[in-house]
Design a protein around this ligand. Structure first.
Ligand code: SF4
Length: 438
Protein backbone atom coordinates (compact mmCIF):
# COMPACT_ATOMS: atom_id res chain seq x y z
CA UNK A 1 0.00 0.00 0.00
CA UNK A 2 1.73 3.18 -1.14
CA UNK A 3 1.80 6.39 0.81
CA UNK A 4 -1.25 8.51 -0.18
CA UNK A 5 -1.36 12.29 -0.05
CA UNK A 6 -2.12 13.67 3.38
CA UNK A 7 -5.83 13.58 3.84
CA UNK A 8 -5.67 15.68 6.99
CA UNK A 9 -7.07 14.87 10.38
CA UNK A 10 -9.89 12.37 10.40
CA UNK A 11 -11.19 12.93 13.88
CA UNK A 12 -14.46 14.77 14.10
CA UNK A 13 -13.45 16.11 17.48
CA UNK A 14 -11.32 19.07 18.37
CA UNK A 15 -7.62 18.74 17.68
CA UNK A 16 -5.57 18.51 20.81
CA UNK A 17 -2.94 21.14 21.36
CA UNK A 18 0.12 20.62 23.51
CA UNK A 19 -0.71 23.19 26.12
CA UNK A 20 -3.83 22.71 28.20
CA UNK A 21 -5.25 20.09 25.91
CA UNK A 22 -8.04 17.92 27.18
CA UNK A 23 -7.96 14.17 26.82
CA UNK A 24 -9.55 12.96 23.59
CA UNK A 25 -12.85 11.13 23.91
CA UNK A 26 -13.26 7.77 22.38
CA UNK A 27 -16.58 8.71 20.79
CA UNK A 28 -14.77 11.28 18.67
CA UNK A 29 -13.06 8.56 16.68
CA UNK A 30 -14.42 6.69 13.71
CA UNK A 31 -12.44 3.48 14.09
CA UNK A 32 -12.69 2.76 10.38
CA UNK A 33 -10.76 5.96 9.80
CA UNK A 34 -8.63 6.45 12.86
CA UNK A 35 -7.27 4.51 15.79
CA UNK A 36 -7.75 5.78 19.32
CA UNK A 37 -4.34 4.47 20.37
CA UNK A 38 -1.09 4.08 18.48
CA UNK A 39 1.62 2.04 20.20
CA UNK A 40 5.20 2.05 19.04
CA UNK A 41 7.76 -0.44 20.29
CA UNK A 42 10.79 1.84 20.09
CA UNK A 43 13.26 -0.95 20.89
CA UNK A 44 13.32 -4.52 22.10
CA UNK A 45 16.39 -3.91 24.22
CA UNK A 46 15.75 -4.39 27.94
CA UNK A 47 17.78 -5.40 30.97
CA UNK A 48 14.91 -7.30 32.56
CA UNK A 49 14.06 -10.90 31.65
CA UNK A 50 10.34 -11.11 32.31
CA UNK A 51 8.87 -14.59 32.19
CA UNK A 52 5.98 -13.55 29.96
CA UNK A 53 7.64 -10.93 27.74
CA UNK A 54 5.63 -10.38 24.56
CA UNK A 55 8.61 -8.80 22.82
CA UNK A 56 11.09 -11.49 23.85
CA UNK A 57 13.26 -8.56 24.85
CA UNK A 58 17.03 -8.92 24.76
CA UNK A 59 19.97 -6.96 26.16
CA UNK A 60 21.04 -5.12 22.99
CA UNK A 61 19.34 -2.82 20.53
CA UNK A 62 18.62 -4.02 17.00
CA UNK A 63 20.46 -2.20 14.20
CA UNK A 64 17.23 -2.21 12.22
CA UNK A 65 15.26 -0.06 14.69
CA UNK A 66 13.58 3.05 13.30
CA UNK A 67 16.05 5.92 13.52
CA UNK A 68 15.22 9.38 14.82
CA UNK A 69 14.18 10.78 11.42
CA UNK A 70 11.91 7.78 10.87
CA UNK A 71 10.60 8.21 14.40
CA UNK A 72 9.65 11.83 13.76
CA UNK A 73 8.02 10.84 10.45
CA UNK A 74 5.98 8.20 12.30
CA UNK A 75 4.86 10.73 14.90
CA UNK A 76 3.95 13.25 12.20
CA UNK A 77 1.90 10.71 10.29
CA UNK A 78 0.21 9.55 13.46
CA UNK A 79 -0.78 13.13 14.23
CA UNK A 80 -2.71 13.25 10.95
CA UNK A 81 -5.13 10.73 12.43
CA UNK A 82 -6.17 13.34 14.96
CA UNK A 83 -5.64 13.59 18.72
CA UNK A 84 -4.77 9.94 19.30
CA UNK A 85 -2.97 8.58 22.32
CA UNK A 86 0.61 7.64 21.54
CA UNK A 87 2.16 4.96 23.70
CA UNK A 88 5.91 4.43 23.65
CA UNK A 89 6.74 0.89 24.67
CA UNK A 90 9.58 -1.63 24.43
CA UNK A 91 11.67 -3.50 25.50
CA UNK A 92 12.73 -0.64 27.66
CA UNK A 93 12.32 2.72 25.87
CA UNK A 94 15.04 4.14 28.13
CA UNK A 95 17.54 1.98 26.24
CA UNK A 96 17.24 4.60 23.49
CA UNK A 97 19.27 7.74 24.26
CA UNK A 98 17.03 9.76 21.89
CA UNK A 99 13.85 8.87 23.76
CA UNK A 100 13.46 12.35 25.26
CA UNK A 101 13.63 13.91 21.77
CA UNK A 102 10.93 11.49 20.66
CA UNK A 103 8.67 12.42 23.57
CA UNK A 104 9.30 16.12 22.97
CA UNK A 105 8.53 15.97 19.26
CA UNK A 106 5.30 14.04 19.82
CA UNK A 107 4.22 16.42 22.53
CA UNK A 108 5.05 19.51 20.48
CA UNK A 109 2.93 18.37 17.55
CA UNK A 110 -0.03 17.68 19.85
CA UNK A 111 0.10 13.95 20.53
CA UNK A 112 -0.68 12.81 24.03
CA UNK A 113 2.55 10.99 24.84
CA UNK A 114 2.69 8.15 27.34
CA UNK A 115 5.43 5.62 28.01
CA UNK A 116 5.98 2.22 29.58
CA UNK A 117 9.61 2.01 30.73
CA UNK A 118 10.93 -1.11 32.43
CA UNK A 119 11.25 -1.10 36.21
CA UNK A 120 15.02 -0.75 36.43
CA UNK A 121 17.59 1.40 38.22
CA UNK A 122 17.39 3.80 35.26
CA UNK A 123 14.13 5.17 36.68
CA UNK A 124 15.75 7.89 38.76
CA UNK A 125 14.16 11.17 39.78
CA UNK A 126 16.28 12.98 37.19
CA UNK A 127 15.13 10.69 34.39
CA UNK A 128 11.46 10.88 35.33
CA UNK A 129 11.71 14.65 35.56
CA UNK A 130 13.25 14.74 32.07
CA UNK A 131 10.34 12.67 30.76
CA UNK A 132 7.85 15.10 32.24
CA UNK A 133 9.73 18.14 31.00
CA UNK A 134 9.84 16.61 27.51
CA UNK A 135 6.04 16.45 27.57
CA UNK A 136 5.12 13.01 28.84
CA UNK A 137 1.58 13.06 30.23
CA UNK A 138 1.49 9.63 31.80
CA UNK A 139 4.00 7.10 33.03
CA UNK A 140 2.92 3.46 32.92
CA UNK A 141 4.86 0.96 35.01
CA UNK A 142 4.49 -2.80 35.35
CA UNK A 143 3.85 -4.51 38.64
CA UNK A 144 2.99 -8.19 38.78
CA UNK A 145 3.16 -8.83 42.49
CA UNK A 146 2.53 -7.08 45.80
CA UNK A 147 6.00 -7.84 47.16
CA UNK A 148 9.65 -7.92 46.12
CA UNK A 149 9.58 -11.67 46.11
CA UNK A 150 6.56 -12.15 43.87
CA UNK A 151 7.32 -9.32 41.44
CA UNK A 152 11.09 -9.78 41.06
CA UNK A 153 10.74 -13.49 40.45
CA UNK A 154 8.39 -12.75 37.60
CA UNK A 155 10.53 -9.98 36.16
CA UNK A 156 13.74 -11.96 36.43
CA UNK A 157 15.80 -9.23 38.17
CA UNK A 158 16.18 -8.56 41.88
CA UNK A 159 15.36 -4.98 42.81
CA UNK A 160 12.73 -4.39 40.13
CA UNK A 161 9.89 -4.13 42.66
CA UNK A 162 11.64 -1.41 44.66
CA UNK A 163 12.68 0.52 41.53
CA UNK A 164 9.10 0.35 40.26
CA UNK A 165 7.54 1.51 43.54
CA UNK A 166 10.10 4.31 43.78
CA UNK A 167 9.32 5.45 40.24
CA UNK A 168 5.59 5.62 41.06
CA UNK A 169 6.28 7.82 44.07
CA UNK A 170 8.75 10.04 42.24
CA UNK A 171 6.31 10.54 39.35
CA UNK A 172 3.46 11.41 41.69
CA UNK A 173 5.75 13.71 43.63
CA UNK A 174 6.40 15.78 40.51
CA UNK A 175 2.77 15.69 39.40
CA UNK A 176 3.08 13.11 36.63
CA UNK A 177 0.07 10.84 36.18
CA UNK A 178 0.77 7.14 36.76
CA UNK A 179 -0.75 3.97 35.36
CA UNK A 180 0.15 0.55 36.72
CA UNK A 181 0.04 -2.49 34.44
CA UNK A 182 -0.37 -5.95 35.95
CA UNK A 183 -0.38 -9.17 33.94
CA UNK A 184 -2.62 -11.89 35.36
CA UNK A 185 -1.03 -15.32 35.15
CA UNK A 186 -1.32 -18.52 37.10
CA UNK A 187 1.53 -17.22 39.27
CA UNK A 188 -0.38 -14.24 40.67
CA UNK A 189 -4.02 -15.13 39.97
CA UNK A 190 -4.88 -15.40 43.66
CA UNK A 191 -3.11 -12.19 44.66
CA UNK A 192 -5.09 -9.74 42.58
CA UNK A 193 -6.80 -8.18 45.59
CA UNK A 194 -3.50 -7.85 47.45
CA UNK A 195 -1.95 -5.98 44.53
CA UNK A 196 -4.99 -3.68 44.33
CA UNK A 197 -4.89 -2.99 48.07
CA UNK A 198 -1.21 -2.14 47.89
CA UNK A 199 -1.84 0.25 44.98
CA UNK A 200 -4.67 1.95 46.87
CA UNK A 201 -2.15 4.04 48.78
CA UNK A 202 -0.12 5.11 45.76
CA UNK A 203 -2.31 7.79 44.15
CA UNK A 204 -2.34 6.17 40.72
CA UNK A 205 -4.87 7.09 38.03
CA UNK A 206 -5.41 3.74 36.38
CA UNK A 207 -4.79 0.08 37.01
CA UNK A 208 -4.56 -1.77 33.72
CA UNK A 209 -4.98 -5.49 34.20
CA UNK A 210 -3.56 -7.52 31.33
CA UNK A 211 -4.56 -11.10 30.72
CA UNK A 212 -1.74 -13.13 29.24
CA UNK A 213 -1.74 -13.84 25.54
CA UNK A 214 0.61 -16.72 24.72
CA UNK A 215 3.03 -14.92 22.42
CA UNK A 216 6.74 -14.26 22.79
CA UNK A 217 7.97 -15.73 26.08
CA UNK A 218 4.39 -15.94 27.40
CA UNK A 219 3.33 -19.55 27.02
CA UNK A 220 -0.11 -21.10 27.34
CA UNK A 221 0.91 -22.85 30.52
CA UNK A 222 1.18 -19.43 32.27
CA UNK A 223 -2.39 -18.46 31.46
CA UNK A 224 -5.29 -18.68 33.88
CA UNK A 225 -8.24 -20.86 32.91
CA UNK A 226 -11.33 -19.44 31.21
CA UNK A 227 -13.26 -19.80 34.49
CA UNK A 228 -10.52 -17.97 36.33
CA UNK A 229 -10.71 -15.19 33.76
CA UNK A 230 -14.38 -14.84 34.63
CA UNK A 231 -13.70 -15.01 38.37
CA UNK A 232 -11.04 -12.30 38.15
CA UNK A 233 -13.40 -10.10 36.10
CA UNK A 234 -15.94 -10.30 38.91
CA UNK A 235 -13.23 -9.56 41.44
CA UNK A 236 -12.18 -6.51 39.43
CA UNK A 237 -15.77 -5.32 39.32
CA UNK A 238 -15.97 -5.62 43.10
CA UNK A 239 -12.62 -3.90 43.57
CA UNK A 240 -13.81 -1.09 41.34
CA UNK A 241 -16.38 -0.15 43.96
CA UNK A 242 -13.81 0.77 46.53
CA UNK A 243 -10.47 1.40 44.90
CA UNK A 244 -9.42 5.04 44.45
CA UNK A 245 -8.28 4.46 40.87
CA UNK A 246 -9.87 3.35 37.63
CA UNK A 247 -9.57 -0.24 36.51
CA UNK A 248 -9.49 -1.53 32.98
CA UNK A 249 -8.40 -4.71 31.28
CA UNK A 250 -6.17 -5.37 28.29
CA UNK A 251 -6.51 -8.44 26.07
CA UNK A 252 -9.67 -9.29 27.97
CA UNK A 253 -12.46 -7.59 26.06
CA UNK A 254 -14.99 -9.91 27.69
CA UNK A 255 -14.52 -7.98 30.93
CA UNK A 256 -16.84 -5.42 29.30
CA UNK A 257 -19.57 -8.05 29.12
CA UNK A 258 -19.12 -8.82 32.82
CA UNK A 259 -19.22 -5.10 33.62
CA UNK A 260 -22.55 -4.78 31.89
CA UNK A 261 -23.96 -7.96 33.40
CA UNK A 262 -22.91 -7.13 36.95
CA UNK A 263 -24.16 -3.57 36.67
CA UNK A 264 -27.52 -4.88 35.47
CA UNK A 265 -27.77 -7.40 38.27
CA UNK A 266 -26.76 -4.84 40.87
CA UNK A 267 -29.43 -2.47 39.66
CA UNK A 268 -32.05 -5.17 39.57
CA UNK A 269 -31.21 -6.06 43.16
CA UNK A 270 -30.97 -2.45 44.21
CA UNK A 271 -27.42 -3.08 45.34
CA UNK A 272 -24.96 -0.23 45.45
CA UNK A 273 -22.83 -1.08 42.47
CA UNK A 274 -21.15 0.47 39.54
CA UNK A 275 -24.48 1.09 37.93
CA UNK A 276 -25.22 3.73 40.54
CA UNK A 277 -22.92 3.11 43.46
CA UNK A 278 -20.49 5.35 45.22
CA UNK A 279 -17.47 4.51 43.15
CA UNK A 280 -17.45 4.49 39.35
CA UNK A 281 -15.66 1.62 37.69
CA UNK A 282 -13.71 1.95 34.52
CA UNK A 283 -15.37 0.43 31.54
CA UNK A 284 -12.53 1.96 29.62
CA UNK A 285 -12.03 -0.29 26.64
CA UNK A 286 -8.35 0.31 26.43
CA UNK A 287 -5.42 2.47 27.44
CA UNK A 288 -6.86 5.53 29.14
CA UNK A 289 -9.95 5.44 26.99
CA UNK A 290 -12.27 8.19 28.01
CA UNK A 291 -15.78 7.41 26.84
CA UNK A 292 -17.58 9.37 29.50
CA UNK A 293 -14.89 11.78 30.53
CA UNK A 294 -15.96 11.90 34.14
CA UNK A 295 -13.40 9.91 36.07
CA UNK A 296 -9.66 10.10 36.60
CA UNK A 297 -9.14 8.44 33.23
CA UNK A 298 -12.56 8.90 31.82
CA UNK A 299 -14.93 6.62 33.63
CA UNK A 300 -18.23 7.28 35.17
CA UNK A 301 -21.29 5.92 36.87
CA UNK A 302 -23.09 4.92 33.69
CA UNK A 303 -21.08 1.72 33.90
CA UNK A 304 -22.89 -0.63 31.63
CA UNK A 305 -23.68 1.95 29.04
CA UNK A 306 -20.21 3.25 28.41
CA UNK A 307 -18.38 0.53 26.56
CA UNK A 308 -20.50 1.02 23.48
CA UNK A 309 -17.42 1.52 21.37
CA UNK A 310 -14.90 -1.12 22.23
CA UNK A 311 -11.27 -0.89 21.22
CA UNK A 312 -9.88 -4.17 20.01
CA UNK A 313 -6.89 -5.31 18.00
CA UNK A 314 -6.91 -3.40 14.72
CA UNK A 315 -10.12 -1.63 15.77
CA UNK A 316 -9.15 1.68 17.32
CA UNK A 317 -5.71 0.24 17.99
CA UNK A 318 -2.55 -0.15 15.93
CA UNK A 319 0.96 -1.28 16.85
CA UNK A 320 4.26 -0.51 15.17
CA UNK A 321 7.19 -2.81 15.90
CA UNK A 322 10.79 -1.70 16.50
CA UNK A 323 11.48 -2.55 12.85
CA UNK A 324 8.52 -0.50 11.64
CA UNK A 325 6.10 -3.34 10.97
CA UNK A 326 2.44 -2.31 11.23
CA UNK A 327 0.37 -4.79 13.21
CA UNK A 328 -3.10 -4.90 14.80
CA UNK A 329 -1.49 -5.38 18.23
CA UNK A 330 1.80 -6.31 19.83
CA UNK A 331 0.05 -9.51 20.87
CA UNK A 332 -1.03 -10.14 17.27
CA UNK A 333 2.33 -9.88 15.49
CA UNK A 334 1.10 -10.27 11.93
CA UNK A 335 2.60 -7.52 9.79
CA UNK A 336 0.28 -5.81 7.31
CA UNK A 337 2.93 -3.35 6.12
CA UNK A 338 5.89 -1.33 7.25
CA UNK A 339 6.10 2.39 7.98
CA UNK A 340 9.34 2.59 5.95
CA UNK A 341 7.44 1.92 2.74
CA UNK A 342 3.73 2.08 3.54
CA UNK A 343 1.30 4.66 4.77
CA UNK A 344 0.26 3.95 8.35
CA UNK A 345 -3.20 5.40 7.72
CA UNK A 346 -3.53 3.46 4.46
CA UNK A 347 -2.73 0.16 6.15
CA UNK A 348 -4.93 0.89 9.14
CA UNK A 349 -7.92 1.91 7.06
CA UNK A 350 -7.70 -0.35 4.04
CA UNK A 351 -5.65 -3.47 4.66
CA UNK A 352 -7.88 -6.53 4.48
CA UNK A 353 -6.75 -7.85 7.86
CA UNK A 354 -7.55 -4.58 9.63
CA UNK A 355 -10.89 -4.33 7.85
CA UNK A 356 -11.81 -7.91 8.79
CA UNK A 357 -10.86 -7.29 12.41
CA UNK A 358 -13.34 -4.41 12.51
CA UNK A 359 -16.24 -6.62 11.40
CA UNK A 360 -17.33 -8.70 14.43
CA UNK A 361 -20.16 -10.24 12.45
CA UNK A 362 -17.53 -11.92 10.33
CA UNK A 363 -15.81 -13.59 13.29
CA UNK A 364 -15.98 -17.36 13.40
CA UNK A 365 -17.87 -19.27 16.08
CA UNK A 366 -19.70 -17.73 19.00
CA UNK A 367 -18.04 -14.31 18.86
CA UNK A 368 -19.57 -13.99 15.38
CA UNK A 369 -23.12 -14.14 16.72
CA UNK A 370 -22.69 -13.06 20.33
CA UNK A 371 -25.11 -10.42 21.56
CA UNK A 372 -22.18 -8.60 23.21
CA UNK A 373 -19.95 -8.58 20.13
CA UNK A 374 -20.19 -4.82 19.61
CA UNK A 375 -18.73 -4.08 23.05
CA UNK A 376 -16.53 -7.15 23.31
CA UNK A 377 -15.66 -9.29 20.31
CA UNK A 378 -13.11 -11.24 22.32
CA UNK A 379 -9.36 -10.82 22.13
CA UNK A 380 -8.37 -11.17 18.50
CA UNK A 381 -4.80 -11.67 19.67
CA UNK A 382 -5.66 -14.60 21.91
CA UNK A 383 -7.79 -16.13 19.16
CA UNK A 384 -4.78 -15.93 16.84
CA UNK A 385 -2.25 -17.12 19.43
CA UNK A 386 -4.32 -20.16 20.40
CA UNK A 387 -5.89 -21.15 17.07
CA UNK A 388 -3.83 -19.44 14.39
CA UNK A 389 -6.95 -17.59 13.17
CA UNK A 390 -7.41 -14.00 14.30
CA UNK A 391 -11.10 -14.20 13.41
CA UNK A 392 -11.74 -17.27 15.58
CA UNK A 393 -13.73 -17.08 18.81
CA UNK A 394 -12.10 -15.89 22.00
CA UNK A 395 -11.00 -19.24 23.43
CA UNK A 396 -11.02 -18.08 27.07
CA UNK A 397 -14.59 -16.81 27.37
CA UNK A 398 -17.13 -18.82 29.36
CA UNK A 399 -20.22 -17.05 28.01
CA UNK A 400 -22.43 -19.04 25.64
CA UNK A 401 -24.55 -16.65 23.62
CA UNK A 402 -27.85 -17.77 22.19
CA UNK A 403 -27.30 -19.20 18.72
CA UNK A 404 -29.22 -17.58 15.87
CA UNK A 405 -32.49 -19.44 15.37
CA UNK A 406 -32.17 -21.32 18.65
CA UNK A 407 -34.58 -21.09 21.58
CA UNK A 408 -31.90 -22.04 24.03
CA UNK A 409 -31.10 -18.97 26.14
CA UNK A 410 -27.64 -17.60 26.73
CA UNK A 411 -25.73 -19.38 29.47
CA UNK A 412 -22.32 -19.45 31.04
CA UNK A 413 -20.02 -22.34 31.87
CA UNK A 414 -18.88 -20.34 34.92
CA UNK A 415 -21.53 -21.95 37.09
CA UNK A 416 -22.18 -22.47 40.75
CA UNK A 417 -19.81 -19.73 41.76
CA UNK A 418 -20.29 -16.24 43.07
CA UNK A 419 -21.98 -14.00 40.49
CA UNK A 420 -22.59 -16.86 38.05
CA UNK A 421 -26.15 -15.58 37.68
CA UNK A 422 -24.87 -12.31 36.28
CA UNK A 423 -22.64 -14.07 33.78
CA UNK A 424 -25.60 -15.70 32.06
CA UNK A 425 -27.55 -12.46 31.50
CA UNK A 426 -28.04 -11.75 27.82
CA UNK A 427 -27.67 -8.31 26.33
CA UNK A 428 -31.48 -7.96 26.23
CA UNK A 429 -31.71 -8.82 29.92
CA UNK A 430 -28.97 -6.32 30.70
CA UNK A 431 -30.83 -3.64 28.76
CA UNK A 432 -34.11 -4.51 30.50
CA UNK A 433 -32.54 -4.36 33.95
CA UNK A 434 -30.99 -1.01 33.25
CA UNK A 435 -34.16 0.49 31.84
CA UNK A 436 -36.20 -0.83 34.80
CA UNK A 437 -33.91 1.14 37.06
CA UNK A 438 -34.27 4.41 35.15
S1 SF4 B 1 -18.59 -14.95 23.13
FE1 SF4 B 1 -17.01 -13.60 22.24
S2 SF4 B 1 -18.09 -11.63 21.92
FE2 SF4 B 1 -19.34 -12.84 23.35
S3 SF4 B 1 -18.73 -12.22 25.41
FE3 SF4 B 1 -17.48 -14.03 24.85
S4 SF4 B 1 -15.63 -13.18 23.96
FE4 SF4 B 1 -17.16 -11.56 23.96
Amino acid sequence: MSRPPDAGPVSTGPIETPAGARKPRIGEFDFDRSPFIVIWEVTQACSLACLHCRAEARPCRDAGELNIEEAFALLDETRRFGPVLFVITGGDPLERPDIFDIIRHGSEIGLRMTMTPAGTEKMTRETILRMKEAGLVRLAVSLDGHSCESHDKFRGVEGSFDWTMDSIRIARGIGLEVQVNTTVTRFNQDRIRKIAEMLAGEDIALWSVFFLVPVGRGVKHYMVTPKKHEAVFHELYDLGRTMPFDIKTTAAQHFRRVLMQRAALDRRRGAPGNGGGPRPLASAPDFSANPAGNGPTGTGPAGAGRAAKGVNDGMGFVFISHLGDIMPSGFLPVAAGNVRRDSLSGIYRDHEMFRALRQPKGYAGKCGYCDFQDVCGGSRSRAWAVSGNYLASEPYCTYRPRRPGSDRPASNTYRGEAHAEAGALSRDEVAAALSEAD
